[in-house]
Design a protein around this ligand. Structure first.
Ligand SMILES: [Zn+2]
Length: 89
């Protein structure tokens, strides 16, 4: 991680977990892909909000755009915490 050459964006599926607003069906939080972050990170304008890693440093994933690729993964969402979370709201 950390040396992706394809630009400052990642697919939501790379994060593994996401939370969605059940009313607007938009991605509002994702699990930070950094192994130094064990936290949910809110999205602002589709980008990971500034946050700190668990070891105290600034997370390099801050500001990275998260592409919502759920449409490409019709099966995967069924297994995610996001789907469960959405269902409980
Ligand atoms: Zn992070």
């Amino acid at each position: 991680m950390g040396d992706r050459a394809c630009g400052p964006w990642i697919m939501w599926s790379h994060c593994g977990f996401g939370k969605f607003d059940p009313r607007t069906n938009t991605l509002i939080e994702v699990a930070c892909p950094s192994r130094f972050c064990a936290t949910w990170v809110p999205l602002t304008d589709g980008k990971l909000a500034d946050h700190e890693r668990t070891d105290g440093g600034h997370c390099p994933w801050s500001g990275v755009h998260v592409e919502d690729d759920r449409a490409d993964l019709p099966d995967r969402i069924i297994d995610t915490e996001a789907a469960r979370w959405s269902g409980e709201q």
